[in-house]
Design a protein around this ligand. Structure first.
Ligand SMILES: NC(=O)c1ccc[n+]([C@@H]2O[C@H](COP(=O)([O-])OP(=O)(O)OC[C@H]3O[C@@H](n4cnc5c(N)ncnc54)[C@H](O)[C@@H]3O)[C@@H](O)[C@H]2O)c1
Length: 326
């Protein structure tokens, strides 16, 4: 049985990825600070949950050996949470990265998969953002993602297969819910407040359904190393404008929803191409933004999400403010 270590595997994407890998008969270890609790992960005979900090090199030295592949998701994972404490953000998102890569290499990890972000491109004049375009990250969160990519590529070797994914914004339901990403924000506001506030509107924001995001990681795990070694792939699906996403959410609701548009100075707009992963690895998305909205409505209707407008568990920045991590 292949053994996979998911660093940051108790987060929004990690919880759903863990479940998918368990269902495909992988042995999974999740190493995570469990900021959002470890109860969001299932109890399963093939799952080993380890609570710890990726900055703890000694602990990593003990945990990494014995795994075949590693998926690195751990992160202060959005701009506002990063900016709350930039030194903390850097220590987690960047300073810990080379040690993790070194330990993985030393312990003969066969595949190292890194969750970067499509935000590394910044704002592009090109209509279709492909992997070969230069990186012009606009925030520290994105800048350190780009710098980690470089570290990983510099360390790629014939015995150490590295793959970088640049995901679009993820949407949909997870047992560790995030309600601070665009589709989820709008669905929460519409369902629980009957009102959506849209800042700007015409900016294009690429999204990917969480089920497709986890399928993408699985796809990479299942590939022969020859296909994916040293490769970088965008992973997105629908490139809709913010206003179109808001209208889609509005039209999925039974009740009347008010839509307010406000000015914004955040005019980032980009159309991310996911043709490369389709052409080279045959990966195509199966789930739409609408599917994600419907899944979230179903979670709200069945009260799976407690106090969704205020609960810090669903908003990374609120959670980081409340735990005062050093
Ligand atoms: N969700 C998105 O829309 C999106 C888009 C592009 C890229 N990504 C990337 O995908 C990855 C997963 O994103 P997510 O949405 O699941 O984020 P998340 O915040 O839900 O999960 C991150 C996990 O990392 C853990 N973590 C944070 N600091 C840690 C530390 N010092 N030691 C150990 N664990 C620590 C947290 O406890 C959390 O469980 C991140 O790297 C993120 O940057 C996400």
């Amino acid at each position: 049985m292949e053994k996979i270590l998911i660093i940051g595997g108790a987060g929004y994407v990690g919880c759903e990825l863990t479940k998918l890998l368990l269902s495909k008969n992988y042995q999974v270890s999740v190493f995570d600070l469990m900021i959002y609790g470890e109860d969001k992960l299932p109890i399963h005979k093939n799952l080993n949950k380890i609570k710890g900090d990726i900055r703890d090199i000694d602990l990593l030295e003990k945990i990494v050996p014995g795994h075949d592949s590693l998926i690195h998701l751990a992160c202060i994972s959005n701009d506002p949470s990063f900016e709350l404490n930039p030194l903390l953000g850097k220590s987690i998102n960047y300073d810990s990265f080379l040690p993790i890569v070194n330990i993985s290499k030393k312990n003969k990890i066969k595949k190292f998969i890194y969750a970067s972000s499509s935000s590394v491109y910044g704002v592009k004049k090109e209509n279709n953002v492909t992997e070969d375009l230069s990186l012009e990250p606009l925030t520290d969160y994105s800048k350190y993602k780009a710098m980690c990519e470089k570290i990983l590529l510099d360390n790629q070797s014939s015995n150490f297969c590295t793959t970088i994914l640049r995901p679009a914004t993820v949407c949909g339901y997870s047992s560790r819910q995030r309600l601070d990403v665009i589709v989820n924000i709008f669905t929460n506001l519409a369902f629980n407040n009957n009102l959506i506030s849209v800042f700007g509107g015409n900016q294009l924001r690429p999204n990917i359904h969480i089920k497709d995001m986890t399928r993408a990681y699985l796809n990479i795990l299942q590939q022969s190393n020859l296909n994916i070694d040293g490769k970088i792939y965008n992973v997105g699906y629908e490139n809709k404008s913010v206003i179109d996403i808001a209208n889609l959410v509005k039209n999925c609701m039974d009740s009347e929803i008010k839509l307010i548009t406000e000015e914004t100075n955040d005019n980032r707009s980009y159309h991310v191409s996911s043709e490369k992963i389709k052409k080279e690895l045959g990966f195509v998305s199966n789930f739409t933004i609408k599917d994600a909205i419907i899944d979230l409505i179903s979670a709200f209707t069945s009260n799976k999400l407690v106090d969704p407008l205020k609960n810090p568990d669903y908003f990374n920045i609120k959670k980081m403010q409340s735990i005062n991590l050093k």
